[in-house]
Write a protein that binds this ligand. Structure first.
Ligand code: 6CS
Ligand code: FE
Length: 295
């Protein structure tokens, strides 16, 4: 078995900051696709791109109806792919929606979605993870600061930073209802976190992450250096963000749900190997092991 060098060590005794060793926009300059060259340059610089209207109002209505169908289905609620809010016991997330729902499977294959992922990653892509984050009102919990890649490298075995997420708003993402925050430019620094990964970590981390969270000192230094941008937008808007952006979101105590669908595309040139810093693999509904390219 060939051993893969760990370019991004994490979950050891101490926290470590490492410059990114990978490109951000992998596609060769001028690669044809929905994004303009200027947009791809901005993505390389900031680690994210936003679109005011990826989906039309009518399309959003279809996906919102499907989300409602899923979260009110007792079988889905009982499924291990559903994560509940610790306080209210309402559904927080449903993972692997692209396999559970033909409607969301169609969204993954939509050229406006997968075409942008191929353009950014410069290759065919497969879905590493998909989920709906419901974030209902009146107290839904946020997601503490983290780099997704730190988890997907340590626990799912993704070797390089050749992975992109798209968050598509299915309800209005206000500046008050727990919208996504990213530190612009933070994707260019990998922060290896201190503290070993507990066994079955995902059973807790998907409600409140502990292993893989940066120290206050590191977060303060990054926020001082990069600032913090809040991503608001209407239903149908979308944010594409690099796997290593430092990001998080606050609680939602407003009456207005902040429901999004997240799709994580990984390059077929960057398929998962064994976890780099965890005792066991996570379940495949969180870290896919089917590398079939999206067609
Ligand atoms: O552990 C994960 O894969 C998930 N956790 C967070 C907070 N963001 C990325 C991903 O959904
Ligand atoms: Fe995340």
């Amino acid at each position: 078995m060939t051993t893969v060098t760990d370019l991004y060590p994490s979950r050891g005794a101490t926290e470590v900051s490492i410059p990114r060793r990978d490109p951000v926009a992998w596609g060769a300059p001028g690669t044809p696709g929905p994004f303009s060259a200027t947009s791809l340059q901005a993505y390389e610089r900031d680690g994210f791109l936003t679109l005011d209207e990826l989906l039309t109002e009518d399309e959003v209505a279809v996906y919102r109806k499907e989300l409602q169908r899923l979260v009110t289905d007792p079988e889905i609620r009982a499924d291990e792919r559903s994560v509940l809010e610790p306080q209210s016991r309402e559904i927080r997330s449903v993972f692997e929606v692209h396999r559970i729902s033909e409607v969301f499977a169609g969204l993954v294959r939509d050229e406006r979605v997968v075409g942008r992922a191929r353009q950014i990653l410069g290759s065919d892509v497969y879905v590493h993870q998909s989920r709906i984050n419901v974030k209902p009102g009146f107290g839904a919990g946020g997601f503490y600061w983290h780099s997704d890649f730190e988890t997907w490298h340590a626990e799912d075995g993704l070797p390089a930073m050749r992975t992109v997420s798209v968050s598509i708003a299915l309800t209005e993402n206000h500046d008050t209802n727990g919208s996504l925050m990213i530190m612009p430019g933070s994707h260019r620094t990998f922060l290896g976190c201190a503290g070993a990964t507990p066994k079955d970590n995902y059973k807790k981390s998907l409600q409140m992450q502990d292993a893989g969270t940066p120290s206050h000192e590191a977060l303060t230094a990054m926020a001082d250096r990069y600032g913090i941008k809040l991503f608001t937008g209407g239903a149908g808007s979308a944010t594409w963000f690099d796997c290593n952006c430092m990001h998080g979101s606050g609680d939602n105590i407003t009456p207005f749900p902040r429901s999004n669908v997240f799709i994580v595309f990984n390059s077929v040139e960057n398929t998962a190997v064994e976890p780099f810093a965890a005792p066991v693999r996570r379940p495949e509904f969180i870290g896919a092991r089917d590398f079939t390219p999206v067609r």
